[in-house]
Design a protein around this ligand. Structure first.
Ligand code: GCO
Ligand code: MG
Length: 432
């Protein structure tokens, strides 16, 4: 039988719910046969589009769609220098689309191509945050009533900004501290200008490590007193605290039995994880910022993490992700693929294919899809009883409605859509 060849590769930009998404469509020379993949790097979408249209497309047109591994390997080194979020997202969009095509050709879902089901559905965790412990607790209560058993909890730090709570991140709670017994007093002359977003990139507010840590510990204590230990709570440090404080924090929270503590360090501080491992059993999750195998392999090999938090499109798609999951299994490390709002529903469907197949699945992050997003992506993964359920459609089981996607073009953004610039009270930069 003549195998279909790649006839065209299209990049679709769309932001139905104000998050810039990058989708790839691989068209074949067989009428009606195409695949879709996620290549979303929401802070830098244009270079991803160029990496696909100007380089991978001319490299791949005419190739036999069935040879996913060979296409991945040859594309990976076609730039000679490889890795990094731009080249890997470009590669991911094509890779996921090829798995989608292969499933359609075989008339089976991708999780079947990978070896079938290890589970019927994937437990997910959802995000709660608030300006007070009580507000976070109330949101947790509402989610638990909907059947969610795993919940990420983030709370504002009084007088400062913090990651994970919208109001704090946009500066509402930032730079208000006036009591040195609570933490450093932000430099006011500088702050006035800063907070008005006049001369600085997108402000992430003023962050101070110790006040943040005290707020987080107070939140965990509140939650365990209010709900006990039955509900699973997760927390994302988001790499903002000095590493040695991270070591202390991981030890201090052990008694609250977190499901995992995420991004305790920046990737640049990976070496500190050895100290954490030697001193505490708090479960560690790391990986969303990794965009090279050299970052994640040592973490698995040395059992420095418990959950692989890789953002699948940032490492090149399903093909590398399934290999990392398999490596993790050999070291009893579980998967927890990154699944924020800047993973498209197609990316979530790719996560789900691996969640359903992999024996060492841990948990799936789920950032609730906006209503417009659901319309643009028919077949988006459904959530019920705190779990994400696969459909039985062939391939990734999802599509993009291109006409509808066109109704949500990328908006102009201040500062080029940069990620928050977070600063300490003295104005020095903090890794975000
Ligand atoms: C998470 C992540 C996200 C990232 C975002 C960056 O755990 O979901 O930390 O919130 O900050 O995806 O664009
Ligand atoms: Mg995170």
């Amino acid at each position: 039988m003549k195998t279909p060849k790649i006839k065209d590769i299209k990049v679709i930009f769309t932001e139905p719910d104000n998050i810039r998404l990058v989708i790839v469509k691989v068209l074949t020379d067989q009428d009606g046969l195409y695949g879709v993949g996620c290549a979303t790097f929401t802070q830098r979408p244009i270079p991803v589009k160029s990496a696909i249209e100007d380089y991978l497309k001319p490299f791949l047109i005419g190739r036999d769609v069935s040879n996913i591994e060979d296409i991945w390997q040859s594309s990976y080194v076609s730039s000679y220098w490889r890795n990094g979020p731009v080249l890997n997202n470009a590669l991911s969009g094509i890779d996921q689309a090829l798995w989608d095509i292969k499933g359609k050709m075989a008339n089976m879902p991708v999780y079947e191509l990978l070896g079938g089901k290890s589970r019927e559905a994937a437990a997910v965790y959802v995000h709660t945050s608030g300006d007070s412990n009580e507000e976070v607790g109330d949101k947790m209560q509402a989610y638990m009533e909907q059947g969610f058993h795993h919940i990420r909890v983030q709370v504002s730090t009084p007088g400062y900004s913090t990651y994970g709570n919208k109001s704090a991140q946009t500066g509402k709670n930032t730079a208000k501290n006036k009591d040195v017994s609570k933490g450093p007093i932000p430099i006011t002359s500088w702050i006035k200008e800063y907070d008005t977003k006049k001369n600085y990139a997108h402000p992430g507010g003023i962050f101070e490590p110790k006040p943040y840590i005290r707020s987080a510990i107070s939140l965990f204590d509140y939650i365990r007193n209010r709900f006990g230990y039955g509900v699973e709570i997760l927390h994302d440090v988001h790499e903002r605290i000095p590493p040695i404080l991270g070591v202390w924090f991981a030890k201090e929270v052990e008694k609250y039995q977190l499901f995992f503590l995420e991004d305790l360090f920046s990737p640049e501080d990976n070496e500190y994880f050895k100290m954490v491992r030697a001193q505490t059993s708090t479960p560690i999750a790391m990986g969303e910022l990794y965009s090279s195998p050299h970052e994640i392999i040592p973490m698995i090999k040395n059992r420095l993490i418990d959950f692989i938090r890789i953002h699948i499109s940032d490492i090149g798609g399903i093909t590398p992700a399934k290999k990392l999951a398999a490596m993790g299994e050999l070291f009893s490390i579980r998967t927890a693929w990154h699944g924020p709002g800047d993973t498209s529903p197609i990316g979530h469907a790719a996560n789900l294919a691996l969640d359903i197949n992999c024996y060492n699945f841990g948990i799936q992050e789920y950032s609730i899809f906006g209503e417009k997003t659901k319309e643009v992506f028919p077949g988006y993964p459904k959530i019920k009883d705190g779990m994400m359920w696969p459909n039985s459609k062939p391939g990734l089981g999802i599509d993009i409605d291109e006409n509808l996607a066109k109704k949500f073009p990328f908006k102009e953004r201040e500062y080029g859509g940069a990620w928050d610039t977070v600063r300490r009270s003295d104005g020095s930069m903090v890794k975000p």
